[in-house]
Design a protein around this ligand. Structure first.
Ligand code: ZN
Length: 501
């Protein structure tokens, strides 16, 4: 590697270190920090955010970038060198458009809003959260304006999570997806063989759930030498380089699915980050390709693997051993159907595969209206409830189970939600290719052998970090761009079988 590229990497290493330090504080805030730490933590995060941003947009960085660009000229366009410089240029140009004061203010407001949201959610009272959310929406609109001109005010927000993706493309893919998913759900509800899921709604000891979840994710391939699990209100994964990628889980003693599948989901995220080429640590390529690709990994392990018949052929006896009183006399097929029950429900993170994307499309539409200025924050709960009725045929009984359920808006993460649904689509596209490349995949899963699958993902997706943009990565691996068809096919096949359609 040339001297100038080395210098660019050194400069970027400082940004990555500051961001990782902020990440650890953010992780702590959601796991162990006492409530009294909120004010101080907000200041600490604001300071680190400002320093990282200042370092990223500094003239020194700009000069290092120009020097590195001329040094790598003529190299293979797919080389790590060229890609590192190109990604650095993209990050630099984007960050240069955003004033450091905005970044500090955004971090401060969202750190405080997190605690207001937690309390508002606990007391199911949206009015407490209305003012901070209003501030956040305004800050997010200001942010979009830094990138004017744009086709849509939502484009700059989306681009932060899904590099290169445009609002109109998401609208088009969702437009194809939505009528098909709604009609599938209707068919299931109207003429499917009913599924009884009482067996997963019994009392399950929390410590036993914890131990079982850890046993499962270790078997899948989550490396605990470079990871750990803790509890939090909202499950998440947080990585600080490939050597330390942590997950959190929440438990419901009355519902087995929450922690069991939540843990597999987060482990799917964590294995992705653990699988990035370690040489990319502290460089512009050391993050993942996008949130949709991230979510494709978590949803794949949670659903394509964790909710498959093959997985439970291998694991069900072990589960019965852990919960003999609850599941000892329940047969595998009853359990398999129970964990795949389709039923319109209130909470996104607990939604089944057939209804999940509807939760996302609802949020996507509300975000767009908020950003366009066509919806006031004060009208949000009502807009949420009426759209929920339209999409899922029910109205939340309170704000905690409605508009306040997700952490994202309190963290200012507008533009994030659509990536969940896109992740499902990408998971299905990758899965179709994996089944071609590993023809006896089901047999391997039945035997709790996940090494080939993880190896395939490492080789084709994980190790690249953010070297390729998501659509480019997808095209290289699957030979096709983003499409809803494999996912719709997967849903039809799986739920057609379960519900006898
Ligand atoms: Zn996720």
């Amino acid at each position: 590697m040339g001297e100038r590229l080395e210098e660019l990497r050194r400069q970027f290493g400082v940004v990555a270190d500051l961001e990782a330090a902020g990440g650890v504080l953010g992780w702590d805030q959601q796991t162990y920090m006492p409530p009294g730490g909120a004010q101080g933590r907000a200041m600490q995060l604001a300071t680190l955010g400002r320093l990282a941003h200042q370092q990223l947009v500094s003239d020194k960085m700009g000069a290092a970038l120009v020097a590195a660009e001329s040094e790598v000229e003529g190299l293979d366009p797919d080389s790590d060198e060229i890609r590192t410089v190109r990604k650095a240029r993209r990050d630099f140009d984007k960050a240069r458009k955003v004033p450091s004061e905005w970044v500090a203010e955004f971090r401060r407001v969202t750190a405080l809003a997190h605690h207001v949201w937690e309390k508002a959610r606990a007391e199911s009272d949206f009015s407490q959260f209305q003012a901070p959310l209003g501030e956040i929406v305004k800050l997010r609109r200001d942010y979009a304006d830094f990138f004017a001109p744009f086709d849509h005010v939502y484009d700059p927000l989306l681009d932060d999570f899904e590099p290169g993706m445009k609002t109109t493309e998401v609208k088009a893919v969702f437009g194809e997806l939505r009528p098909e998913q709604i009609s599938l759900v209707q068919e299931i509800v109207e003429r499917g063989t009913p599924v009884d899921d009482a067996v997963v709604h019994q009392q399950f000891d929390e410590q036993k759930q914890w131990n079982l979840g850890m046993e499962v994710v270790k078997a899948l391939g989550y490396d605990l030498e470079r990871g750990r699990q803790d509890k939090s209100v909202h499950p998440f994964t947080s990585g600080f380089g490939t050597g330390d990628v942590r997950i959190t889980t929440r438990f419901d003693q009355g519902f087995l699915n929450t922690a069991l599948f939540g843990t597999m989901h987060e482990a799917g995220h964590a294995m992705y980050e653990q699988g990035v080429n370690p040489e990319f640590d502290r460089t512009p390529l050391g993050i993942t390709a996008s949130l949709a690709v991230h979510e494709s990994q978590s949803r794949m392990w949670e659903n394509f693997v964790g909710r498959s018949r093959a997985f439970w052929v291998g694991f069900y006896r072990r589960l019965q051993e852990v919960f003999p009183g609850q599941l000892g006399s329940v047969n595998l097929e009853t359990f398999y159907r129970a964990i795949n029950k389709v039923q319109p429900s209130l909470i996104r993170v607990e939604a089944d595969e057939a209804t999940y994307n509807l939760h996302i499309m609802l949020r996507f539409e509300l975000e767009i209206e908020l950003m366009e200025g066509n919806l006031e924050v004060s009208d949000l709960p009502e807009a949420w409830n009426s759209r929920f009725q339209e999409f899922l045929g029910m109205v939340p009984p309170d704000d905690a189970k409605g508009v306040l359920q997700d952490i994202h808006w309190s963290a200012g993460m507008f533009g994030y939600f659509p990536t969940y649904a896109l992740g499902n689509l990408i998971a299905a596209q990758l899965w179709a290719k994996i089944k071609q490349d590993i023809p006896d995949l089901d047999r391997k899963i039945e035997n709790a052998q996940f090494g080939d699958l993880l190896g395939w993902l490492r080789e084709n997706v994980h190790r690249h970090g953010s070297k390729f943009e998501p659509v480019e990565l997808l095209a290289t691996v699957t030979g096709s761009g983003l499409t809803a068809k494999p996912y719709l096919r997967y849903l039809r096949e799986k739920f057609g079988d379960i519900y006898g359609l």
